[in-house]
Design a protein around this ligand. Structure first.
Ligand code: SF4
Length: 403
């Protein structure tokens, strides 16, 4: 099998990992090298550096052979898919080649488990070490870690990688036992805890070697079992608090050929994944707790976004007076983000905020106006029930599908 055939298989196999968002990369300038303009097929994803830059990464697996048989995974031992394996040298060479052609700014590398967890982790570390020490590679490296590998190997990975991720995969221990019995939630969390401690030690001691400066992330698969959004977001909240994760990624379960028993034959609506990302964003950036966003429900609504759903369920908190409320309260108004909330507070130092100011800030006025008071506007709140507002503001519940 030549390198391009391996690349086709191992880039395609990596697309199921959401820990960095997949996407076709636009063709980038090839620095004048003729005939090198086509970054064809999959294999490029985007991620964000600690300073907020968006970077393109070569996203591949070292191998899609795997000793494990996680039921939701296309690369599981019993899956009938074409298999391939790169050597660490091949991954190094591909990364440098793509980097020199200006297709990518770095590498996202994951792997099935081959021979043993330690052996697999050693191979991943070997790639990162070779890139950094032999080739002085200064691009971005995101390494997936094998949770039950020797902590010393994970420590080495953190010295070479910008970001590490340990996939929790399923939000509950019961789900993991049922669908990935060879994995242990305890071991996964232990690995996350070790990474947190190593990062804190590195940050506290200026002369200490750097350790995963872009932090750690994880992914949860949504819809592979019956777990509801309340449990998923509750798990995410705990992971953010306990392990200081930078991001939890949600990946809608994708039905796979020859599905084994115990996993659904249909994908959940992609809109559900989208609502989870919106709720996650509100938890990280707006101070919402998972329980606040869910209320008494098990799942987030699909017809309206979670912030609007929360506002409709808490009409007693509205309308918000934009000339008096603090920024954090204004940012809870549907259609007003944190940046505009700060602009509004800034603006009222000079004069009173008026309806047209919101238009100038490009706020979606249909969404905003039932919930705010300005110097020249007050909504006819008492006349509008939450149900009719919801009907008026609901987006089409598009049932996006993975297939
Ligand atoms: S260990 Fe990873 S690659 Fe292997 S079957 Fe499980 S999820 Fe898939």
């Amino acid at each position: 099998m030549d390198l391009s055939e391996k690349l086709a298989i191992l880039a395609d196999a990596a697309k199921y990992d959401a820990s960095c968002a997949s996407g076709g990369a636009p063709k980038r300038e090839s620095r004048g090298i003729e005939g090198l303009g086509a970054s064809t097929g999959s294999g490029i994803c985007h991620s964000f550096t600690p300073d907020g830059r968006c970077v393109s990464l070569l996203k591949i697996l070292l191998t899609n052979f795997c000793l494990y048989d996680c039921r939701y995974c296309i690369n599981r031992r019993s899956s009938n898919v074409p298999r391939a394996r790169f050597t660490p040298e091949e991954v190094v060479s591909l990364t440098l080649d793509f980097y020199r052609r200006n297709y990518v700014d770095g590498l996202f590398l994951s792997s099935g488990v081959i021979r043993s967890s330690n052996y697999t982790m050693e191979q991943l570390v070997q790639v990162a070490k070779s890139l950094r020490e032999q080739h002085q590679f200064r691009g971005y490296i995101h390494l997936k870690t094998i949770p039950d590998a020797d902590p010393e190997l994970i420590a080495q990975a953190g010295r070479y990688a910008d970001r590490l991720s340990v996939n929790i995969e399923l939000p509950t221990e019961i789900g993991l036992e049922r669908l990935a019995p060879e994995k242990s939630g305890r071991t996964i969390k232990l690995a996350m805890g070790n990474i947190r401690v190593a990062r804190e030690e590195s940050e506290a001691e200026p002369r200490a070697p750097r350790f995963a400066p872009a932090g750690q992330s994880t992914q949860m698969i949504v819809g592979a079992d019956e777990t509801d959004d309340r449990t998923i977001l509750g798990t995410a909240e705990t992971l953010y608090g306990s392990y200081q994760l930078k991001r939890v990624y949600y990946s809608a379960f994708s039905p796979i050929p020859d599905s084994p028993s115990g996993v659904p034959s249909k994908a959940p609506p992609l809109l559900r994944e989208h609502r989870l990302y919106q709720a996650d964003f509100l938890m990280r950036g707006y101070g919402f707790a998972a329980a606040e966003l869910l209320g008494d429900a098990g799942n987030l609504p699909l017809d309206v976004d979670p912030k609007l759903a929360w506002a409709l369920a808490h009409r007693e908190r509205f309308p918000v007076d934009l000339n008096a409320a603090p920024a954090r309260v204004i940012a809870r108004v549907p259609g007003i983000g944190m940046r505009n909330a700060k602009r509004i507070v800034e603006l009222r130092r000079a004069r009173r905020v008026r309806y047209q100011d919101l238009v100038r800030l490009r706020c979606p006025m249909d969404k905003v106006k039932p919930f705010v008071v300005t110097a020249d506007y007050r909504p006819p709140l008492a006349e509008t029930s939450s149900e009719s507002l919801r009907r008026a503001l609901a987006t089409e519940p598009v049932q996006l599908s993975l297939i």
